[in-house]
Design a protein around this ligand. Structure first.
Ligand code: UDP
Length: 385
């Protein structure tokens, strides 16, 4: 059997993060697996697909005729190229809306099984755009979603769908245990004070990650804990996300020169690898936040929980499936609530440790990479003739 996983960026963002570990794992299990990065030349493609991503997560508006033309033309060109290069697979996984038109545009070979894997939060999509794009799912043999509530009702069992939430690789530099001392050393090398409490959110600079709400929460908590510092770590930007720079500028404006708000974006002159820097901030923080307003899953939540951190997360999408409120973290709906929980965790060290143990254990049971590999194998097995 030969598997191919196709997505639209080499690095940056959760899907690239999963595939860079999943592909070697599958090969080491004896399943020949390849990664295909589909990146059309037309720069407008990622503008359009980012808009589709936003619309499917609930933004207002609609797709113009010109945007649809770019979308289908670019995916069509890639489909043709795959076909003309004779790239073959028994099982294809096309990840995310960027590649949703692929099955309708790529000639199907005998016996091939094709999945569309949707990693985004479809809790409250833009109804018009969802209706427009849902027929594209019908050309696949199977669909995969992170949560049952993301499955559009119009699919109605055809084709079959699978629920496979993402998972993290515990063996990467990002997720291997790091001593607190070493983590604090890296945090200091990044310009923060290792002796003052640190609050971190690790996220692309993206509207749905709510960096403004994170800053409000920090300001709220600072009234009770005057020395705290905030890190917004957005070093791994994805090539398919053209909005990041605009969000970064807005974040900088909103920070209004506060020297204790550290927003990291440019990956130059870093004291260590990005993976180890993420690890260090997740390990050294007194509170890790993921205050998204929409989230397909949020690998960053499991990454921090794996390090024994009770994460404070937005009460949305995939975050709700990872955090059990008050048991292994906190779910919050407003910046004030988030700020209160930061103070709570800083003041109650024993609660923090106890919830952190529960956090690590729940990731161990539910969100490590072998589980995802098995989910994909089972889904493929159920459709292979
Ligand atoms: N990430 C990173 N460096 C950063 C910011 C993010 O390596 O500065 C990684 C993060 O650790 C996680 C991935 O990017 O592995 C983001 O995945 P997630 O599912 O949280 O969100 P997405 O970006 O896919 O919306």
């Amino acid at each position: 059997m030969r598997f191919v996983h196709a997505n639209s960026t080499v690095s940056g963002g959760g899907v690239a993060e999963i595939l860079q570990s999943l592909v070697p794992l599958m090969n080491s299990l004896g399943v020949q697996t390849e990664r295909l990065v589909v990146s059309p030349d037309d720069p407008e493609f990622f503008q359009v697909t980012k808009r589709i991503h936003n619309l499917l997560q609930g933004a207002q508006g609609s797709l113009s005729e010109q945007e649809s033309e770019v979308y289908y033309r670019c995916v069509g060109e890639v489909a043709k190229e795959i076909d003309s290069r004779g790239l073959e697979a028994d099982v294809w996984f096309f990840h995310d809306p960027q590649l949703l038109p692929m099955a309708s545009l790529m000639p199907k070979r005998n016996g091939e099984v094709r999945f569309w894997v949707c990693h985004i939060d479809l809790t409250a999509p833009n109804a018009g755009v969802l209706q427009e794009l849902t027929p594209l799912t019908q050309h696949f043999d199977g669909l995969a979603f992170s949560l049952p509530e993301f499955v559009p009702s119009a699919i109605n069992g055809h084709p079959p769908h699978y629920i496979t939430p993402p998972s993290i690789d515990p063996l990467t530099d990002k997720n291997r245990p790091m001593e607190k001392e070493e983590a604090l050393g890296i945090v200091a090398a990044m310009g923060l004070d290792p002796n003052r409490p640190l609050v971190t959110q690790v996220s692309r600079f993206d509207y749905w990650k709510d960096p403004w709400g994170v800053m409000d929460a920090y300001r709220w908590a600072r009234k009770s804990v005057p020395g705290i510092q905030l890190a917004l770590l957005g070093l791994s930007q994805a090539a398919d996300d053209p909005e990041a720079l605009g969000v970064l500028h807005s974040v900088k404006d909103y920070a209004s020169g506060d020297p204790d708000i550290h927003a990291f974006f440019y990956p130059d002159d870093l004291p260590d690898s990005i993976d180890r820097i993420v690890n260090a901030f997740q390990t050294a923080s007194v509170a890790v936040l993921q205050k998204s307003t929409r989230e397909g899953f949020g690998l960053t939540v499991s990454e921090a929980m794996w390090k024994g951190q009770p994460v404070i997360g937005g009460n949305v999408g995939g975050i709700k499936t990872q955090i059990e409120d008050g048991v292994n973290g906190f779910l919050v709906s407003t910046p004030e609530e988030c700020g209160e929980r930061i103070v709570h965790l800083i003041r109650d060290e024993s609660l923090r440790l106890q919830m952190g143990d529960a956090a690590r254990e729940s990731v161990r049971q539910r969100f490590l990479l072998p589980r995802l590999a098995v989910d994909y194998l089972r889904a493929a097995q159920s459709l292979i003739a």
